[in-house]
Design a protein around this ligand. Sequence first.
Ligand code: ARG
Length: 665
Amino acid sequence: MKSTIDLLEERISAAMAQATGQAGCAAVVRLATDPKFGDYQANGVMALAKQIKTNPRKLAESVVAQLDLSDLCEPPEVAGPGFINLRLKPDYVARELLRIAEKDGERLGIPAAATPQTVVVDFSSPNVAKEMHVGHLRSTIIGDCLCRLLEFEGHTVIRQNHIGDWGTQFGRVLLGLWHMCMGQQRQHRYYESGLKELRSTAKDEEGLPALCRHIRDRHEEDWRADSLEAEGDGKVLFKPFLERLDRLPTDQMWQDFLVAYQFVSALEEALANLELRMPTRRAGTINYALLSRHVTTMVQELDRPGNEQEKLAWEKIRALSLRHCSEIYAMLGIDFDESEIRGESFYNDKLPAVVHDLRSAGLAVESDGAVCVFPPGFKTKEGEPLPFIVQKSDGAFLYATTDLAALRYRVNELRADRIVYVTDARQIQHFQMLFKVAEMAGWDTRDGEKVELVHVTFGSVLGIDGKPLKTRSGENIKLKELLDEAIERAKAVVEEKNPELSTEAKSQIARAVGIGAVKYADYSNSRTSDYVFSFDKMLAMDGNTAPYMQYAYARVRSIERKAQTKGVDIASELASVTTLNLSEPSELDLAKHLVRYAEAVEAAIADYRPNYLTAYLYELAQKFSGFYNSCPVLDAPPASRPTRLLLCGQTARTIGHGLSKLLGI
Ligand code: ARG
């Protein structure tokens, strides 16, 4: 079954073609801007009139003369320069609603996609060497919602969590772990005191080199003791250390691990600054940076003999990180299975071929020692051609190389018809260039068919001060802490409103409300804008919030309970309904909105915008309120009661479906 808007589009387009003899006319039917003018308007006549150089108003009139919409609408009216205003007949609305409620129960009027596709959705994708922070929230939940929408539309969705589990970052963690190992070995957690000292001496030109030299000497001494001279693969110290990690509680391990990472990053940063400030100092004087590079190179060659301990360390770090991520995914109600977590490391052995193939196609060239593609149309600030670098001069591959390999894999192995990438807006240029290079290489086609590449972007999460959300000390807010706080705050509300509930019920509700509020607040903002994160606002009982929607849902549902106490048998009343009686304006208003659910869902999918769905649901809750305040349901006269019961039932189903099935709340 087609949605109302599609039916109107089809019929009016046909009438336009008939009136002008033109093929491919588009009626451009939209929701009316003001209910005064009706329910829908067709805007396409103006463009057509311009194209064939005729008076738009006259054309609109002759289109209307051709048009028979008597089964759907009141007689169409021409307005302004050539709009066609359309008002649905209550009869039609009643029939539609009955059809959706009775025959189309599961789908709530939403037609399945005419040509189902295989859609790969790349989302969440945190760098696992770090803690997930609030920036990962949006990709994770927007991506999840898009998957749900596409799946419900009938597409085969393949989720891909493109985690950053490779490269320099991992080199740092490895090095950090090494420090931890040595610290434990010497009964001295010097990575911790080192970090403290480093912070305090960061501006001290005398102290810092001394500290760095100290750390370097210690480090190199240890390294030597545990490397080739000893066993050849760090079996003496590092491997037993890594094995001991398994016996540590995850939380402690995770905290240690973060400190180790911070330590190495801070050290590197300090050294970089130092070199900047002391350009005459020979690079080799403090060669910590080289050491870190050395580990990074090893990370890139994990499978080489002699690198067993690095490989083991990599595996442990990755597993630990993923355990941390899955805790957050579980809180958010998002589920990735093993094959859906396909990180950067997965493509490692496919990278040389990417560079090779680009070179032999004549697309990649050497520039300053690096291998680059220069896609047309991209310029640096200075107006020079902008390179898409696929290999550095030291042989290392990059983010771009991995993305090209992933794209090929998704097109050829996963057989995607469409690939959707969900990341923040700062990566726009990367993806524009990626798509362009893929097109140049012909990698975005399979069997002669173009694969559609889509970048879905989003803005930042801001604090009340309008700046990107950070802790007071300026660090990224950890996602785990943010979610915990949401649950805590929701719990306080539950305590206050329903002190009589059991502890278990309270914490279950607090979870649903707290997490629901965070997700809903994100969804209800246009994804391309930044938004201000406010617990107070998102947990408010009024306005377009999760608690309001959850309450609205509960309120509709409570009618069923009341029906029982009043001895009203809803099921048997509904079973006897053959026509609906929409005589009250608020009944008709609610019914019209209910039959529009498919339009809202389709619009949300077409633009990858969950906020179209939240806006629809909010309006639905408001229209239901309007109806419920003016029309008694259980005490309605017999002629009205079945219709009203059906309106209530369908409202509950629609809100429930939108919140839980499509938004995952
Ligand atoms: N790991 C990246 C980040 O945290 C996001 C990856 C997005 N996906 C991709 N295929 N590049 O910024």
